[in-house]
Design a protein around this ligand. Structure first.
Ligand code: SF4
Ligand code: SF4
Length: 676
């Protein structure tokens, strides 16, 4: 391009289209800045490397087809971006007195490698287009029915917009026109080494004897598509390329099971807590809302939505986004009914490819409702019971040690020397079925020679139900009591049979300055089995199925240990991409358990979390019923659990939906049977 006028046109349009793109992001940025300042220093580079470069969320996402497809497009796009940047740098290097290095062997390798990588990009876009047409009515393929495993097309209410096709066609045109441009250069100015650009070289055979003017025309048409891409990107789902990158860079990397902290001073001030309006959320949370691509993955997996409740996590994100623009109260736009319907199961958070933390958004809105006195009905029962007795179940303090009768359990207050503190939990000390787990586990610890003690009457509710209902004051009060007890007895290691207690002790007490090593009882038992101190249980093949609790499998990545107790080896907890993990797990490892459709991190919620255990539920809207259907569909006659909350909910659901005699037991009881 020799003409100064054409050069000027090129630079004006290139920088102009980029400026138009950034200008369209300024409006949203102004809204993000209305949020609370961050209380942490983001690790920008780590966030980008983990979530953008390594695509960690995409690797673990469903559906299976979506992950490889996105990886092709992403890495293909990245390769083209790097190729263009290298070319531009080499072209402008002489202005700085550096020789243009785009020649010799480097040039040949550059042409061959980036020609090949560009094919990945085109293939990925073609695959995505084909998938869009195949599922024309849905934004993504529908999830399988939990019982039959068949795709349920009526479940996904999201339709594909014309802009979604336009975005994919634009990407396709960019990829293909890049090759055509290369072919035009080869045709108009052939060189002996052109075959290294093997794709462009092949296409050049279709453009024999192109004139230099023809090449220039093709060059300009390619640039038109590039400018169009920059200028329209913020108007399409493709905007996530920018916003999701910023979201990844600014993420805190806090555990999935950790809610945002509330300063003690805020509670003491007596002012309303949480998010009344959207600007009460942090700037990062507000920015993440803009990364939403309306893909609907969060809604697909929501147990509340899937039993016909008003809660729709995608809608929560979009309504909160709207609340930010209008200034209306969050609870007004999202609706209180939707906010209270959430079980905080984190299925939506796990499914979201752009790191949105729906549970933070929902619980922060609940905090405001609770501090404004809007909580009524049975949800207030556990809060009153915790405040009155220190037990969410309302058990009197002097009854906390009743389960120990005849078991010779050491108590920390009796100057016991111990390695593990066995945290029993409110349910484990009260609910008759959960007490069976507690006793079985204590006997196994004794048989396995583990040094342990309990707090007994000094144990008080962790505060988990209060925190997830939104009563932060009660949570912090409970945490304060327990942290004191841990410090008094120098507790470093904790084992518990309750995944909710595990999550709070492990992930949330650190916000109050206490670091503990917390393990689930199935993990400690699996270790004892591995060391040969206990025998594993080997049930008849297919007779036992296992329900993964959300707060164990999804939130704390513990799925292999419970399975190891019955001799099954899985790699559900490995960091391998989900679509590969599923293939290997399905194919080889399971010997004894009859696995349900949804397992591991993809487990279906029983409906108890987030304080839902104590809230009124329409019998036909119990998430536990859907899970019970899936468990029954395995054909097993024993359902094994590893959470007292799940056990209570599934007991009710199994009885409601089936006349079949189903044995509901904790994994510890199965192991106890094998070792007695
Ligand atoms: S946490 Fe669970 S119940 Fe709540 S919105 Fe997300 S998927 Fe639905
Ligand atoms: S919140 Fe996440 S999972 Fe849900 S629609 Fe938006 S991008 Fe998709």
């Amino acid at each position: 391009m020799e003409s100064p006028l054409l050069k000027a046109v090129f630079y004006i349009l290139t920088f102009g289209s980029i400026a138009i793109m950034f200008w369209q992001f300024i409006g949203p940025m102004r809204f993000w800045m209305k949020g609370r300042k961050l209380t942490y220093r983001p690790k920008y580079i780590k966030g980008i490397l983990t979530y953008v470069v390594a695509q960690r969320k995409v690797m673990g996402s469903r559906p299976k087809e979506g992950a490889p497809l996105h990886l092709l497009i992403f890495y293909g796009f990245l390769a083209l971006l790097i190729a263009t940047t290298l070319l531009a740098m080499a072209t402008y290097a002489p202005l700085l007195g550096i020789k243009n290095w785009h020649q010799g062997n480097y040039y040949l390798a550059y042409e061959a490698i980036f020609d090949a990588l560009g094919l990945l990009f085109v293939a990925g876009v073609l695959w995505a287009l084909q998938r869009r047409y195949r599922f024309a009515k849905e934004s993504i393929p529908p999830m399988p029915d939990p019982v039959t495993g068949k795709l349920n097309h009526s479940k996904n209410p999201i339709t594909t917009e014309w802009k979604d096709y336009a975005a994919l066609y634009l990407l396709l045109i960019l990829g293909v026109s890049g090759y055509v441009l290369e072919a035009a250069r080869i045709s108009s100015n052939p060189q002996p080494w052109d075959h290294f650009s093997f794709v462009g070289y092949g296409i050049s055979k279709l453009l024999p004897g192109l004139t230099p003017q023809g090449y220039v025309l093709i060059w300009w048409q390619h640039m038109v598509w590039v400018w169009l891409f920059f200028a329209t990107l913020p108007q399409m789902r493709l905007k996530h390329i920018v916003v999701a990158t910023l979201t990844a860079a600014g993420t805190q990397e806090s555990p999935m099971g950790q809610l945002p902290p509330v300063a003690a001073a805020e509670i003491e001030s007596g002012e309303p807590l949480g998010a009344a309006v959207a600007s009460d959320y942090s700037r990062w949370h507000l920015m993440s809302l803009d990364a939403c691509m309306s893909c609907g993955r969060c809604t697909e997996v929501c147990p509340a939505y899937n039993v016909g409740k008003i809660l729709n996590p995608k809608q929560v994100v979009q309504d909160t986004h709207r609340a930010l623009r209008t200034g209306e109260p969050v609870a007004g736009i999202v609706s209180e009914e939707a906010l209270w319907a959430c079980t905080t199961c984190n299925a939506c958070v796990e499914a979201c490819p752009v790191l949105i933390r729906h549970v933070d958004v929902i619980v922060d809105a609940r905090r405001n409702l609770v501090s404004e006195g809007a909580l009524t009905g049975t949800a207030t029962v556990p809060l009153k019971q915790i405040a009155g007795t220190g037990s969410a179940w309302g058990q009197a303090v002097n009854e906390r040690e009743e389960w120990m009768t005849g078991l010779n359990i050491q108590l920390a207050r009796e100057n016991a020397k111990f390695e593990y503190l066995f945290w029993v939990g409110c349910a484990g000390a009260t609910d008759p079925a959960a007490v069976r787990t507690t006793k079985a586990f204590a006997k196994l610890l004794q048989k396995g020679g583990v040094s342990f003690a309990c707090l007994g009457a000094e144990e008080s509710c962790t505060g988990d139900p209060a925190r997830r209902i939104g009563d932060e004051a009660t949570f912090q009060n409970q945490a304060g009591i327990n942290v004191e007890a841990f410090k008094k007895y120098g507790v470093k290691k904790v084992v518990t049979a309750c995944p909710h207690c595990l999550n709070t002790l492990k992930n949330e007490y650190s916000q109050l300055g206490l670091q503990l090593e917390v393990v689930h009882h199935t993990q400690l038992l699996a270790n004892l089995v591995e060391q040969g101190k206990l025998k594993s249980a080997l049930p008849a093949r297919g007779k036992v199925t296992y329900h993964d609790p959300c707060y164990l499998a999804r939130v704390n990545n513990i799925s292999d240990a419970p399975r190891a107790l019955v001799g099954d080896k899985t790699d559900l907890d490995s960091g391998a991409p989900l679509f590969l993990r599923e293939l290997t797990t399905e194919a080889n490892h399971n010997q004894n358990l009859a696995e349900p459709v949804n397992k591991g991190k993809k487990t279906l919620c029983c409906g108890a979390g987030g304080g839902r255990m104590w809230m009124e539920e329409e019998p036909n809207q119990r998430p536990g019923n859907r899970r019970a259907e899936e468990l029954i569909a395995t054909g097993a006659d024993t359902v094994a659990v590893s959470c007292p909350f799940c056990r209570i909910m599934l007991d009710a659901s199994l009885k409601q939906i089936s006349d079949k005699e189903i044995n509901l037991v904790d994994m510890a009881e199965i192991l106890q049977d094998a070792n007695s």
